[in-house]
Design a protein around this ligand. Structure first.
Ligand SMILES: Nc1ncnc2c1ncn2[C@@H]1O[C@H](COP(=O)(O)OP(=O)(O)O)[C@@H](O)[C@H]1O
Ligand SMILES: [Mg+2]
Length: 230
């Protein structure tokens, strides 16, 4: 649980980001965002389309640079790392679940999950076994060798969730994970996602348009006009 003397597992301080418009002007998307995700907590991030949620997630993940401000992973500023150091740290620290699954089409379910371990430099039998266990845990024990093209949307997202958890990350960042799923499938995928994260004490930052999923998180942050409010 959150200890007020400890910084959150993921922190952002005074993040600013503007994009250049095609017409030559500049649009400020983030105007000084502060955010903290306590270890093991789930935090939802909500806001209208275009509010800058995905931009903020990309900055928190180190995929994109802010114009100003800092991001800390487990208390350490990520701008101190080289790109390759950052990539190595990210592989063990963060998992990702995106709206469009982002599975490798040529790899089957178990290979897609195992890929997370390979990226973190772990190979061999134990990685394969863990990938199988995780696919079992997400209810896909009978789909190990299916390619993404042979899986339903809900099944693909379950594979992506297993992959996100594969390296026992401290936090999973998820951008509208049910955006492509029907209501019933989205509900069952999220039930499993919340359960897996809470059982394994993995923090979750969840971008969602679904008010029920947002409310199931320990806290909710609203992004509007470039600022966060609670
Ligand atoms: N690479 C980019 N270049 C220019 N504008 C961008 C870029 N990425 C995002 N934007 C703009 O930033 C705003 C926020 O986008 P985004 O973070 O995707 O919002 P959300 O995820 O909340 O829907 C939008 O107005 C979008 O047009
Ligand atoms: Mg978005």
């Amino acid at each position: 649980m959150n200890n007020p003397t400890q910084p959150g597992i993921l922190c952002a301080k005074s993040i600013k980001k503007s994009f250049r418009s095609p017409d030559g002007g500049s649009v400020e998307v983030l105007g000084g965002v502060d955010l903290e995700v306590p270890s093991g907590h789930s935090v939802s991030l909500v806001g209208e389309s275009g509010a800058g949620k995905t931009t903020l997630l990309n900055i928190l993940a180190g995929f994109e640079l802010p114009d100003d401000g800092s991001v800390l992973w487990d208390g350490v500023r990520i701008d101190k790392f080289s790109n390759s150091q950052q990539a190595r740290r990210r592989a063990g620290f963060m998992g990702f679940v995106f709206q469009n699954y982002c599975l490798v089409p040529e790899l089957n379910a178990v290979e897609n999950v195992e890929l997370a371990a390979r990226i973190a430099g772990k190979f061999g039998k134990s990685a394969r076994e863990r990938a199988r266990e995780l696919l079992d845990a997400v209810g896909l024990g009978g789909r190990m060798k299916h390619l993404p093209s042979q899986l339903s949307g809900g099944e693909k997202q379950r594979v992506a969730i297993a992959r996100a958890i594969m390296n026992s990350p401290r936090i999973v960042l998820s951008d509208e994970p049910t955006g492509n799923l029907d209501e019933k499938t989205g509900e069952s995928v999220m039930n499993m996602f919340f359960k897996l994260c809470s059982e394994r004490e993995v923090a979750l930052l969840l971008i969602t348009h679904n008010p029920d999923f947002a409310a199931r998180c320990d806290s909710t942050l609203h992004l509007s006009a470039g600022k966060i409010s609670k």
